[in-house]
Design a protein around this ligand. Sequence first.
Ligand code: ADP
Ligand code: MG
Ligand code: MG
Length: 875
Amino acid sequence: MEAKYVYSFEEGNKDMKYVLGGKGANLAEMTNIGLPVPQGFTISTDACNDYYKNNETISDNIINEIEKKLKELQEKQGKTLGGEINPLLLSVRSGAVFSMPGMMDTILNLGLNDTSVVALANSTQNERFAYDSYRRFIQMFSDVAMGIPKYKFENALDKIKEAKGYTLDTELNVEDLKELVKKYKEIYTKEIKKQFPQDPKEQLMLAIKAVFKSWNNPRAIVYRKLNDIPSDLGTAVNIQSMVFGNMGETSGTGVAFTRNPSTGENKLFGEFLMNAQGEDVVAGIRTPKDISSLKEVMPKAYDEFMKITSILENHYKDMQDIEFTIENEKLYILQTRNGKRTASASINIAVDLVEEGIINEKEAIMRIEPKQLDQLLHPRFESKSLNEATVIAKGLPASPGAACGKVYFNAEDVVNAKNKGEEAILVRLETSPEDIEGMVCAEGILTARGGMTSHAAVVARGMGKCCVAGCSDIKVDEYNKEIRTEDAVIKEGEYISLDGSSGCVYIGKVEKTEVSLTGNFEKLMNWANKYKSLVVRTNADNPRDAKAAIKFGAEGIGLCRTEHMFFDEDRIPAVREMILSKTLEQRLEALEKLLPMQQKDFVDIFRVMDGKSVNIRLLDPPLHEFLPHDDETIKSLSESMKVSVSEIKRRIVDLDEFNPMLGHRGCRLAITFPEIYIMQAKAIINGAIEATKEGIKVMPEIMIPLVGEAKELKVIKEDIKETIDNILEKEHMKIDYTIGTMIEVPRACLTADEIAKEADFFSFGTNDLTQMTFGYSRDDAGKFLGEYVNRELLEKDPFEVLDQRGVGKLIELGATLGKSVKPDIKLGICGEHGGEPSSIEFCYKAGLNYVSCSPYRVPIARLSAAQAVIKNENK
Ligand code: ADP
Ligand code: MG
Ligand code: MG
């Protein structure tokens, strides 16, 4: 059978997203469940890919199919494109597989020309409407299909309005609009050096091409990168007959969410504008009205709309984002999709839907994007300093969160500020898709215009970024780069704070607080625990982090880095003495000073963890990291150690390494200086004894880093065991402890069967393992990895997302070899990847027992671990 590229709405359904794009699939679905959708057809994403494959031309067979469907549409509608009696007008709408709000372009009122505009005026008995539609078409077509800057048309419009003393577009009369059409055509001719195309078929083909092209416009590319959308999916094009919200006071257009996308509250949330078309609502030209007031204006249409919103929500079993238009009191649905929402709305909606019996717990778990939880785990404003802060303005609470930063007035300045390490707030009259990078880099976004469904609001909510929109209390002067209020002026580079939940704007910096798991969030997390099988531990080096992690549900510590304790101000002198000692006696003396300090750290951690496993890694980094470099510290060190300054400097030079990452570090330190690990083992076991005496159950796991050869582990383990067993015997105590190793050197994976004989557990240290598998120095890779990802040589930064095909293979090998000699060996992971959703799924499949991640990622890991089980259940 020959490939099919064009589908009428009757031929599709919601599961054909990859062929028809999200918009097209849902238009088809709505058509087939009997909702009032203007008729039309969809050109598939395959046609877009075909277009790119053929050097940006549309193949003849695809053109034929389009013409056939167009003919059918004309027959069904009883209208002809460009017809002189009853002209058919079309909308040409892009529709990618995953919705990309505002990223792609749409053309409305296609088919109008100098004759069909007259025919439209006659057939509708509404000349003003006909010319309003024509001027809109010329502008959109010129902008979207021909790339003529929008502002050229906006200037012409503003000029007429100014000359006539109008404030609103709706005040323009027929004569003004005719004049405007003339002006617009002149602009077109001046820019393109051709007349505005009068042949509707030519208009149509140019428009279709423009949609295909928009797939590769810069903002679409940025959006895809940001949202991990593959670039080879292509966009579909929807060709649909127009319905008109700009026919006068019994017409209008709007957008609504079936639930509140900021909070999740189960209440219709939306806006509409009378006598308006298309983007008028979101573009912030006039301030739209709340959807509830449609009830008074057009009760019948309102009732029908309410009915349809509930049909759609039940049908899709999720909160819907719906676009509609009312033409002379008749309601049409133009789009539905699962609405974008904040993380907290996402959780509230999923939990509510379970409680309403619409979805089950597993479905609810699968609904939440784990990464999105990040939004909820970050600080909010602290109430005391919030009360003391000065509110300078209040706008719409468009996307919740707390943000402080210096104000900047365009995307580029925000990006530059961020690169300099500043916190920045993007302040705009209103945002447009060109601002996307600035929005990514900003702490928060403030706009003076636009409603709850404006570009700024929708995109910010999608990113989980704090946003206050439509803040009409302020004047944004993008030219002079300042914000003015009644009694304040804030200049570029000055601090403000935004509360995206209240819409308040504060002058200066407001303090923030920590958050906790409560309410629906807690409920969802408990469901996650019910389904997950991986244990989720945390990386924590001190009691504070351990406490935070437990609050988020950590089940143990997977990595306690002892060196972080060494950096403490009152310890570093003793650490330095230990490193700089020339004799064993000197070193033992210094270690003796460190012992009680480390011991106290461990007792504190054992207390917090109260019976949960604690995995302690012995000293790992190269020693020179601890050494002083400035003269003053060297001098004071020389005094306390009674060694000359030059002697210390010589020692520093001696310790210098060409390649410290591959140098004298990890267990290699213990091979040359066994007394270091022995001291640490003493501190651990003394701490454990102390805690046990307090009635705390302690389960220390002692972890040796950077092992690449079983014998390394063997000799170190013997020292440690002897030390510990001596102490336990002397104290007449029994404490269960285990000794295991990091698996982070490729050779350790390859010889894991030999190593497993000496180890009670393995913890895959994927940061080093990635570094050594790729041969990328972690400290230097920043210089080139970006380019690798940009050019798609690597799909992702392997230090963020586990490279499953390479590093993953080593992990699988290590796990298999380890289990082959010790079937119940405990396996875990403690690199950055332990908190990354796709890597967690990999760990689950590789048969690991636990993952360990930073405290703030614990909920993300719990959810990902549950999703891994559910996803793989039916495979
Ligand atoms: P986006 O993907 O940016 O939301 P759409 O294709 O949904 O773009 O088009 C934007 C707006 O244009 C719609 O919300 C709707 O108001 C208007 N529009 C699209 N198609 C039609 C149509 N057939 N009749 C009337 N208005 C339309
Ligand atoms: Mg839309
Ligand atoms: Mg390491």
